[in-house]
Design a protein around this ligand. Structure first.
Ligand code: 6PG
Length: 468
């Protein structure tokens, strides 16, 4: 008996992914060094002809049909290299290794080149949707050899999430295209999470909404144009009671956010490319500020802060909905812009419409908005920025004034809204035909003879600014 699919790393994600593969009619074999995880999977699988597992890499590799399709769901970093080295002597030419973790894209490029030399096809495939997604249908973002993808395609299309029957997976491009797209997905995820948390804070502190009212508000929003996984789970989190006290759990959770690096990589790489993603940048910075809890407590004692002015609750809630929708668009616009540029820079040949399409279900940033984003990039494959799509003008134009109002409310009343204000500033700057950076060019030329260009004639100019 040979198995259709192999998976190394039987943590929650790996175990769930294997069970999902088996649910869809493929047989799957798992491998993990931990005997307990191996036994647990065999027991849960029920039928060893469909789901089996071993701690022995040789037994594992020999049990797979060729070309072997082996997915790794292990922590990003050195462990991926170690697992590859362990498998390598046991594999045959044409076999396929798929790294399903959040590996850094240059690591994927290195591994792909190294394995290509040895006749092995290597894929970096971002998998989004958490443990539940892995079990019931994730969004999968694979990059690597287009030919080799044909062997993986039937399995990935079967196990992935479906949006109106369409699988949330597609071949994205060569080399590290899959990991890169997943990295930017996570950058957008950081942005959306920061924005949601700011609106929650504003509605609570200024709007005076109770957790129950906040729960209702987000639940209501999730039925409209803000429909999204993150708004949906926000509503559920706000309703969660605490087991240890009489209160609500959200109030008891420490306000220090952790991070594993993908949001930061998105920002860092955007800087390298020269593409502005300020909503994502500030989301990373806010996790950093949040971590400085002790300093924040001390600083809070040193400075006064205005107490929030009273607002009309219903009006405030409806403005918050508009502002959040506006800012969500900015976060997606920035991420897509980065992808468009990276595609050229790294030769990924990304199809942004296809990317938005496979994000419509299964992944963490899935949202009703992604159907509109898909349509915008399908209508114009070369669209540099979502804000330049006619289909988005009305959506943005009709919501920006609420973003302005809330940002100024936050500024006047001492409630930090960095994600919202960066989103607004991004919009105002990106849509300005004239920015004051002419002055910066003047300053550069003044102190360093760095030269400048003119608006009225071609050429490079320098001025002797200082009078003797
Ligand atoms: C997903 C998520 C996932 C990521 C977590 C944690 O798409 O399923 O992006 O891959 O690991 O969101 O990320 P942080 O620990 O950096 O918040």
């Amino acid at each position: 008996n040979t198995y259709d699919f192999g998976l190394v790393g039987l943590g929650v994600m790996g175990r769930n992914f294997i069970l999902n593969v088996a649910d869809n009619g493929f047989s799957a074999f798992g491998n993990d060094l931990d005997q307990e995880k191996v036994s647990a999977l065999i027991e849960e699988g029920g039928d060893v002809d469909k789901v089996n597992a071993t701690t022995d890499a040789k037994v594992f590799v020999e049990a797979l049909s060729q070309p072997r399709k082996i997915m790794l769901l292990v922590p990003a970093g050195k462990i991926v290299d170690a697992v590859i080295e362990n498998l390598l002597p046991l594999l045959d030419e044409g076999d396929i290794i798929i790294d399903g973790g959040n590996s850094f894209y240059t690591d994927t490029d290195r591994r792909e080149a190294y394995l290509k030399d040895k006749g092995i096809n290597f894929f970096g495939a971002g998998v989004s949707g958490g443990a539940k997604g892995a079990r019931r249908g994730p969004s999968i973002m694979p990059g690597g050899s287009r030919e080799a993808y044909q062997h993986v395609k039937p399995i990935f299309e079967a196990v992935s999430a479906k949006y109106k029957g369409e699988p949330c997976v597609t071949y994205l491009g060569p080399k590290s295209a899959g990991n890169y797209v997943k990295m930017v997905h996570n950058g957008i995820e950081y942005g959306l999470m920061q924005l949601t948390s700011e609106i929650y804070d504003l509605l609570k502190k200024a709007g005076g909404l109770s957790n129950q009212e906040l729960h209702n508000t987000f639940a209501e929003w999730n039925k409209g144009r803000l429909q999204s996984f993150l708004v949906e789970i926000t509503s559920e989190i706000l309703a969660q009671k605490d087991d240890l006290t009489d209160g609500d759990l959200v109030d008891m959770i420490l306000d220090k956010a952790k991070q594993k690096g993908t949001g930061k990589w998105t920002s860092q790489n955007a800087m390298d490319l020269g593409i502005p993603v300020p909503t994502i940048d500030i989301a990373v910075s806010m996790r950093e500020i949040s971590a400085l809890k002790d300093e924040r407590i001390k600083a809070d004692e040193l400075y006064d802060r205005p107490s929030p002015k009273a607002v009309n609750k219903a009006d405030f809630v409806s403005k918050a909905e508009e502002a959040l929708y506006f800012a969500f668009i900015m976060a997606y616009a920035q991420g897509m812009h980065q992808l468009a540029d990276a595609s050229k820079e790294y030769g990924y040949e990304l199809d942004l419409g296809e990317i938005a399409k496979i994000w419509r279900a299964g992944c963490i940033i899935r949202a009703g908005l992604l159907a509109d984003i898909t349509d915008a990039f399908k209508a114009d494959k070369k669209l540099p920025n979502l804000l330049l799509s006619n289909s988005f003008v009305q959506k943005v134009q009709s919501t920006v004034s609420s973003a302005r109002e809330l940002v100024s409310y936050g500024a006047e009343n001492g409630i930090p809204l960095p994600g919202l204000s960066n989103s607004l500033t991004y919009f105002d700057a990106y849509t300005s035909s004239r920015l004051p950076l002419n002055l910066i060019q003047g300053q550069r030329d003044y102190f360093g003879s760095h030269t400048y260009e003119r608006i009225d004639r071609e050429g490079i100019f320098h001025t002797e600014w200082e009078k003797e």
